[in-house]
Design a protein around this ligand. Structure first.
Ligand code: SF4
Length: 441
C-alpha cells in the first residue's frame, strides 16, 4: 500500500506523532492510526496526543492490496511486535508459502499482514541481524518499514530505494517519516535512509546499521511526478525543482502555441504547469477548480473515485483555447470529467499536456493500479487516448525527457516501459493483486 508512515522515539512521543499526521495525510486518506508502547504494552490508539509514551508509530493508509477502507495498520502481533509499512510486497504469495513451510498459516490477500507475520517469524527465529538480512534477500517490491520489536525500533528501506524514508532528530528524540518535509515541519535536521539499509535503535540508546544486498537503484518516478509533497526531497533531489524541469521539458516540445492560457489540473500539476506556461510565454489561469475538502482523487477507493471533485470557471473557459496540464494520466477519470465541462462552458479548444510519459503497465511496488486493463493508455496509441479523452491535442513527455528532467537514471520507470526493477511475471502478479482483491491462497 502506498501510505504515509512515521514514528517517534523520545519523551512525549504521542504528541510528536500527532503533529506529523497533517504533513503525511496526502499519502493516504483511508484512515490514520497509531500504536504506542504504554507501560510495556503495545496499544493502538486513534489519538495519542496526551499519551505518556516514549515510542509511537503512525500510519496514513492508501491501500494497494487487501480490503479498502479498513484501518489495519499499525499491525500489532502479540505484545512485542508492531509494524507500519509503505509500499507493496510483489511476491507476498511466495511469503505465504514460506510461512506455511515454517508451520505458520496466514490466510489473507493483504500483503502488509503477510509481511508482518513473515518479519516477526524471521526476527524470532534468526534474531535481528539474521532476520533483517533474510528479509532483504527474500522480499521483492517497494517497501519502507518501521517496526517495534521487543525493546528495539527497526527501520528498513528496500534495496532498490523505490519508496522514500527519512530520519530526523532534535534535542528531544529521533523521528522517522516517509517524507523529509514532515521532519522539516517539526524543525528537525534529517537524512534519508539509504536504499538497502536498516537502522536498529535499541532502547538502551545504542544504534547500528544492517546492510542489505546492493542492486541497481530504481527510485519510483511517479513519486517525483505526482505523489511526494513538492517541498520534500527524494534521493537528494528536490521535488519542486523536478516538477519545474518536467514543465520546462513539456514547453520545449511545443512547436505551435495556439492557446490563450494554461490551466493546471489542481493540485499536483501546478508546479509543472507554471513552468510550462512560462516556457511557452502564456499566462496561467485556474479554469479548473478542485474541491480541496474532498482529498486526492487517485488514491481514493474505487467507489469513491467517481465522486465529482472538479468544477470549471465557465466565464474564463468560454471561447478560449486552453492548454490543460496534468502530471499523469492513469485511468483518465479526471480528464474524462473535466473536458466535457470545459466544452459545455464554450471552450474553443482543449490541448492536454502531460508532464510524464503514457502509463501502460501496472505497478506492483506501491501504487494502486495493479492491472493493465484499468490503464487508459494500455493498448492505445497516443492519438487513441486523445480521442478517448475528447481533447483537441495531447502531448506527453518521453521516458528520456522524464529521466533528464529528474536528473538521474536510477529510476523505476516500469509503468511507462514494462521494465521492472526485478524479474516479475505480470500475468500472475496481476491475478494476485486483482482489483476485486478476493484472491485466496
Ligand atoms: S511502476 Fe511506476 S508507480 Fe510503480 S514504482 Fe515504478 S515508477 Fe513508481
Amino acid at each position: 500500500m502506498m501510505c504515509g508512515i512515521w514514528a517517534f522515539l523520545g519523551p512525549n512521543a504521542g504528541s510528536y506523532v500527532v503533529k506529523v499526521s497533517p504533513w503525511l495525510i496526502h499519502r493516504g486518506q483511508e484512515g490514520v492510526s497509531f500504536v504506542c508502547r504504554i507501560n510495556g504494552s503495545l496499544i493502538k490508539l486513534s489519538n495519542p496526543l496526551t499519551t505518556d509514551s516514549t515510542l509511537c508509530l503512525g500510519h496514513a493508509r492508501y491501500s494497494t492490496s487487501g480490503p479498502y477502507g479498513v484501518e489495519l495498520q499499525p499491525i500489532v502481533l502479540g505484545n512485542d511486535f508492531a509494524l507500519v509499512f509503505n509500499g507493496t510486497i510483489s511476491n507476498y504469495i511466495e511469503l505465504v508459502k514460506r510461512l506455511r513451510d515454517l508451520g505458520v498459516d496466514v490466510r489473507t490477500n493483504y500483503d502488509a499482514l503477510v509481511l508482518a507475520h513473515y518479519m516477526r517469524e524471521l526476527l524470532t527465529r534468526r534474531g535481528i541481524d539474521g532476520g533483517v538480512n533474510e528479509l532483504f534477500h527474500t522480499l521483492r517490491g517497494g517497501y519502507s518499514i518501521i517496526t517495534i520489536w521487543k525493546d528495539s525500533l527497526i527501520v528498513v528501506r528496500d534495496p532498490w530505494g523505490i519508496r522514500p524514508l527519512a530520519i530526523g532528530s532534535d534535542g528531544n528524540g529521533i523521528a522517522i517519516a516517509s517524507e523529509t518535509a514532515a521532519l522539516e515541519a517539526l524543525g528537525m535536521s534529517w537524512r534519508e535512509v539509504e536504499p538497502g539499509k536498516a537502522l536498529v535503535l535499541r532502547g538502551s540508546g545504542r544504534e547500528y546499521w544492517i546492510e542489505g544486498p546492493r542492486v541497481r537503484r530504481a527510485h519510483c518516478a511517479l513519486e517525483y511526478i505526482y505523489f511526494l509533497r513538492p517541498d520534500s526531497y527524494f534521493n537528494g533531489i528536490n521535488v519542486y525543482e523536478t516538477r519545474r524541469r518536467l514543465g520546462m521539458a513539456l514547453a520545449c516540445k511545443e512547436t505551435t502555441h495556439d492557446v490563450d492560457f494554461v490551466s493546471p489540473i489542481p493540485e499536483t500539476a501546478r508546479v509543472a504547469a507554471e513552468a510550462y506556461a512560462s516556457g511557452i510565454g502564456k499566462p496561467i489561469h485556474d479554469v479548473v477548480i478542485k474541491n480541496r475538502y474532498v482529498g486526492r482523487g487517485f488514491i481514493k477507493p474505487p467507489r469513491e473515485r467517481s465522486a465529482d471533485m472538479y468544477s470549471v470557471v465557465k466565464d474564463a473557459a468560454r471561447g478560449a483555447s486552453i492548454a490543460l496540464v496534468d502530471d499523469s494520466i492513469i485511468r483518465g477519470d479526471t480528464l474524462r470529467k473535466v473536458l466535457p465541462k470545459l466544452r459545455a462552458s464554450g471552450a474553443r479548444a482543449i490541448h492536454v499536456r502531460v508532464s510524464s510519459p503514457p502509463i501502460r503497465y501496472p505497478c506492483f511496488m506501491g501504487m494502486d493500479f495493479p492491472t493493465r486493463r484499468e490503464l487508459v493508455a494500455h493498448g492505445r496509441s497516443i492519438d487513441e487516448v486523445r480521442k478517448y479523452l475528447g481533447a483537441d491535442s495531447l502531448i506527453y513527455l518521453t521516458v528520456d525527457e522524464l529521466t533528464n528532467a529528474i536528473g538521474t537514471t536510477e529510476l523505476c520507470t516500469a509503468c511507462f516501459t514494462g521494465n521492472y526493477p526485478f524479474t516479475i511475471n505480470i500475468d500472475e502478479t496481476e491475478i494476485a493483486f486483482a482489483s476485486d482483491r478476493l484472491w485466496e491462497p
